[in-house]
Design a protein around this ligand. Structure first.
Ligand code: ZN
Ligand code: ZN
Length: 366
C-alpha cells in the first residue's frame, strides 16, 4: 500500500510540474510512507524524487524507530546532535538531484528551520506548496482507510450509548464528559478530540467548554465526540433530552433533524459541498432559524478531524466515491438552547452511506 501511495504521489507531482516532494513529520508523511516521528526540533525530512529512491534525513537517535517503520525502498541518512543536520541534508539533496528543481512542500506543516535547511541544500530550487495536491490524494479513502473509519465510528457510538445510559439529572457537564472519556479510554483508542457536553443554554455555544452546570429537567444536551482507530477519526454529535423540553426546543430539534436528513440525502457522486450545505440550510431557513445556523454544514474527515472537502457554500468541486465528511447542521439560540446532529458520510458509486447509525430520533432520559 505504501509503495502504491508513493507511486500515486509521483503521478500527481508530475501532473503539477513538480520534481520532488519534501515531507516533514505529520499526517502526510504517515499517509505517504507509514512513518511517524516525534522529532520536535530535530530536523526530519523525507525527500521523494520523481525518479529514484526516496531519502530520509533523520536524527541518529531515531534510526531504530525508522528501521521498524520503513517499508519499501528508502535510503536513510542520519545526523547527530554534534554535527547538526546540514551535511546530511546536503547529501540527501545530492542523492535526489534537488538543486534547481521544483520541490513541493507542505505550507501549513513545514517549519521555517526545515524550509531554510531545504533551501540551503537545494540551491536555485523553486519551493511550491503541495498541500492541495496532498489534500486531493487524501480526500479519497481506499478500502483499508474506510474500514478504519467504520471501526472508529463503531467505537464512538458504543461509548456514546454507554454515556447516555449513565446520564442522570443533577450530573455536571464535566461529570458526563468524564464518563464518556473513560469509556473511550476503555476501548484502547485515543479520542480524536476532547468530548464536548453542552447542556441547556450552554448547548447554544458551539465552542462551549464543559463546565459545572448540572443537567436539569427540560434540558437539551449536545454531545460531540470521536475516536481515532488506526489513525482515522470518527466525529459524531447527538442531542438528547432530559425529561421533556419545551415546545420551541422540540421544534428546533425537529428542524435540525430534517436538515440533517436533507443534507445526507443530497450526498451523491458529483454533488458539491455547496449543494449539500444548501440542502440542509434551506430547511433551517424555511423554519425561520437561518441566522441561528452559524457554521458550515460539515467538514472532511479522515486522518485529521477537519480536512477537505468542506461542506460549505462556495465549495463547488464535485464529490467523488470514497470521499468522507460530516453533515452536522445546528441551531443555536444564545442563552437558551442549542441542537446539533452530526453524521459521518462516505460517497459511494451509487450515492452515499452514513457511517454513523446512532439513532437520530430524540432520546429522552430522566
Ligand atoms: Zn463533532
Ligand atoms: Zn465535526
Amino acid at each position: 500500500m505504501t509503495t502504491t501511495r508513493i507511486d500515486q504521489l509521483r503521478t500527481h507531482l508530475q501532473a503539477q510540474g513538480l520534481e520532488a516532494l519534501a515531507a516533514v513529520p505529520g499526517a502526510n508523511l504517515h499517509y505517504l510512507a507509514g512513518m511517524d516521528f516525534s522529532t520536535k526540533l530535530r530536523l526530519t525530512t523525507l525527500i521523494i524524487p520523481l525518479i529514484g529512491t526516496p531519502v530520509l534525513v533523520l536524527p541518529a537517535l531515531e534510526l531504530e524507530r525508522a528501521k521498524a517503520q520503513v517499508r519499501g525502498e528508502v535510503q536513510i541518512i542520519t545526523w547527530s546532535d554534534g554535527e547538526g543536520p546540514t551535511a546530511a541534508l546536503a547529501k540527501a539533496a545530492a542523492l535526489t538531484n534537488l538543486a534547481g528543481k521544483r520541490i513541493g512542500i507542505e505550507h501549513n506543516v513545514m517549519r521555517v528551520f526545515e524550509l531554510r535547511g531545504l533551501e540551503a541544500a537545494a540551491p536555485a530550487s523553486e519551493i511550491i506548496d503541495a498541500t492541495p495536491l496532498l489534500s486531493a490524494m487524501r480526500m479519497t479513502k481506499d478500502s483499508a482507510e474506510l474500514a478504519a473509519m467504520r471501526e472508529a465510528v463503531r467505537l464512538i457510538e458504543q461509548t456514546l450509548h454507554e454515556t447516555i445510559a449513565a446520564m442522570r439529572v443533577g450530573m455536571t457537564e464535566q461529570a458526563v464528559a468524564e464518563i464518556w472519556m473513560n469509556a473511550i479510554r476503555a476501548t484502547g483508542c485515543p479520542p480524536s478530540f476532547d468530548v464536548a457536553v453542552g447542556s441547556g443554554p450552554n448547548g447554544a455555544n458551539p465552542h462551549h467548554t464543559n463546565g459545572e452546570r448540572q443537567l436539569q429537567d427540560g434540558d437539551l444536551v449536545v454531545l460531540d465526540g470521536g475516536v481515532y482507530f488506526n489513525g482515522y477519526a470518527s466525529d459524531i454529535t447527538r442531542t438528547i433530552a432530559i425529561g421533556t423540553p419545551n415546545a420551541e426546543a422540540l421544534r428546533i430539534y425537529e428542524l435540525v433533524l430534517a436538515a440533517n436528513t436533507a443534507g445526507r440525502a443530497a450526498c451523491r457522486p458529483e454533488s458539491t459541498g455547496a449543494q449539500i450545505d444548501l440542502a440542509a440550510r434551506t430547511i433551517i431557513e424555511q423554519g425561520g432559524y437561518g441566522p441561528q445556523f452559524v457554521h458550515r454544514t460539515g467538514h472532511g474527515l479522515g486522518m485529521e478531524i477537519h480536512e477537505p472537502p468542506f461542506i460549505v457554500g462556495g465549495s463547488h468541486e464535485p464529490l467523488t466515491p470514497g470521499m468522507t465528511f460530516t453533515v452536522e447542521p445546528g441551531i443555536y439560540l444564545p442563552g437558551v438552547v442549542g441542537v446539533r446532529i452530526e453524521d459521518d458520510m462516505v460517497i459511494t458509486e451509487t450515492g452515499a452511506e452514513s457511517l454513523t447509525s446512532f439513532p437520530r430520533n430524540l432520546i429522552s432520559i430522566s
